[in-house]
Design a protein around this ligand. Structure first.
Ligand code: ZN
Length: 133
């Protein structure tokens, strides 16, 4: 439907929140997602969002991203909003995409999400997400 959000890895979420506020963006809220071992902050950018992500554990995908990125944050994933994540996962699998999540799981802010493997998307980590019904 649209770019739902852009996931940005940061090393210090509180500092990053102050920076993004100064950029003039509206903070929608923060949330810890234990499943992904991250603390997140959502900023509204028109119809889409920036999702700032800080690792809460060294085994978090965000910690691994920062490690690979020479200790710096950066754009980690892009999320596309769909109506039905489960149907989309099946469609993508049918097209031969490799999924990190074979079934949808809970993301931040009541979203249902699934990640595609960067191996099958030319190196970019893509997420499909839908508002929880
Ligand atoms: Zn995301």
């Amino acid at each position: 439907n649209k770019i739902d959000h852009i996931g940005i890895a940061v090393t210090d979420l509180d500092e990053a929140i102050e920076t993004y506020k100064k950029l003039g963006m509206e903070l929608l809220g923060t949330e810890t997602v234990d499943d992904q071992k991250v603390r997140t902050a959502f900023f509204k950018v028109g119809e889409s969002c920036f999702e700032l992500l800080e690792a809460t554990d060294p085994s978090s995908p965000i910690a691994r991203y920062i490690e690979k990125n020479a200790g710096r944050g950066g754009i980690q994933h892009i999320a596309m909003q769909v109506d039905d994540v489960d149907a989309e996962i099946e469609r993508l699998k049918g097209e031969g995409f490799l999924m990190i999540d074979e079934t949808a799981r809970d993301g931040a802010h009541g979203n249902r999400i699934a990640f595609l493997h960067p191996k099958s998307t030319h190196g970019t980590l893509l997420e499909v997400c839908a508002r929880k019904k």
